[in-house]
Ligand binder design. Structure first.
Ligand SMILES: *Cc1c(COP(=O)(O)O)cnc(C)c1O
Length: 397
């Protein structure tokens, strides 16, 4: 394929990093930036009431998407903040009574770093391993509980390999052992049905920009039955019942609410479409290129996610050869951290295979044409890299 045939705008295949904002979300937000600009906490006039009403509708839409009551939804700046409040807030509140928490090695850095902070404050933390399929072992969880276990934090869907944990079963065990269950569901919202009660979840973190909503807003669900208490991280003017003070960004709240409503409506059709496209892409790659390994197994996986290692192909070099595609890799330099993916290492990959890994995230606005183009280009460049490697190996010998 010549350069002139390549697209000017790269094909976006990184919907786990962020999603484009749905035009219907932008339309819903628009008036709250301009004519309906009020502070939702201004209780004494029309502008405030108008904004407050919109914020409360958004809260109800978000609650509806996870099976919660609106009073159980607290706005935050995103999933990072929600995870921090959940882990630190709950542990600091109950620490005098119970001071052991359980999490797992493949959690998002904001959960792992919160756990590390808590360790430095004297909390005991157990980090469960994950298997090749990316899942924790339920028997290992059972063994990890002690009388002192306060909180378990296990993510619903893993952001690199897309694996889905059995939250209902994990939650039932937590409650049997009188521990709370928190889950980072940033990658689950809009991708699999969520119901905090059926799934026995006491705290859940979600975020707007992974579900075609705006960046900069998320929410923490804090269950009322049983009532989970926590020590807030911020001091302020009492908004969000003091759990997360600060003026709520009404337009962004409206956008997240709308995104949740759309996610619920579109999930049945969207997830089928994504699964078919993802499976088609995988089949095409596997048909053309030998020695591709699927990371994390296909059984418990969200529809739009594909994570593969291409043997003998350095993912960074591949990415450099494919400026017309936007995807991510599990190797150094592609992310904030310097090491190869700790998540891929945790499911048993060597550094070499982790550095040969690609994460492809299809989304609502991915087309058949995008996927066909991406498959052709990946096959083309992978073949070239492998041929060049053959030549090099031949020369060395
Ligand atoms: C994106 C993401 C986060 C961080 O969410 P922000 O809203 O960007 O802070 C946390 N956890 C997971 C699993 C994510 O995918």
């Amino acid at each position: 394929m010549s350069n002139s045939q390549k697209r000017r705008q790269p094909v976006y295949l990184d919907n786990h990093a962020t999603t484009p904002t749905d035009p219907r979300v932008i339309e819903a937000m628009q008036p709250y930036f301009s004519e309906k600009f009020g502070n939702p906490h201004s209780g004494s006039h029309y502008y405030g009431w108008e904004a407050e009403e919109a914020v409360e509708l958004a809260r109800a839409q978000i609650a509806g998407a996870i099976g919660a009551s609106p009073e159980e939804v607290y706005f935050t700046s995103g999933a990072t903040e929600a995870n921090n409040i959940a882990l630190k807030g709950v542990t600091r509140f109950y620490r005098e009574k119970k001071n052991h928490i359980i999490t797992c090695v493949s959690e998002h850095p904001c959960v792992l770093d919160s756990a590390l902070d808590l360790e430095s404050e004297g909390t005991r933390v157990t980090y469960l391993p994950v298997g090749e399929d990316g899942l924790i072992d339920i028997d290992e969880l059972k063994e990890a509980f002690t009388e002192d276990t306060l909180l378990v934090s296990i993510m619903t869907v893993q952001n690199e390999i897309g694996t889905v944990q059995s939250m209902a079963e994990i939650g039932a065990l937590c409650h049997e052992h009188k521990a709370y269950l928190h889950t980072d569901a940033a990658q689950a919202l809009g991708k699999i049905p969520l119901d905090v009660r059926a799934m026995n979840i006491d705290l859940m973190s979600i975020t707007g920009h992974k579900v075609y909503g705006p960046m900069g807003l998320g929410a923490l669900y804090i269950g009322n039955k049983p009532k989970v208490r926590l020590t807030p991280l911020f001091s302020g003017g009492g908004q969000e019942k003091g759990i997360r003070p600060g003026t709520l960004p009404a337009p962004i709240c409206v956008g997240f609410g709308k995104a949740c409503e759309l996610a619920v409506d579109e999930m049945p059709i969207e997830s089928k479409k994504l699964e078919i496209m993802r499976d088609g892409l995988l089949a095409k790659l596997q048909g053309a290129i030998p020695n591709i390994y699927i990371n994390g197994g296909m059984e418990h996986r969200v529809p739009g996610n594909l994570n593969i290692s291409v043997e003998n192909v350095d993912a960074e070099s591949l990415m450099a050869a494919l400026p017309d595609l936007a995807f991510s890799t599990g190797s150094a330099c592609s992310s904030v951290s310097q090491d190869s993916s700790y998540v891929l290492n945790a499911i048993g990959l060597s550094n070499e295979l982790a550095e040969s890994s690609l994460r492809i995230g299809l989304g609502r606005f991915t087309t058949e044409e995008d996927v066909d183009y991406a498959a052709d280009r990946l096959i083309e460049e992978i073949s070239i890299i492998r041929e060049n490697r053959q030549v090099l190996v031949g020369t060395a010998a």
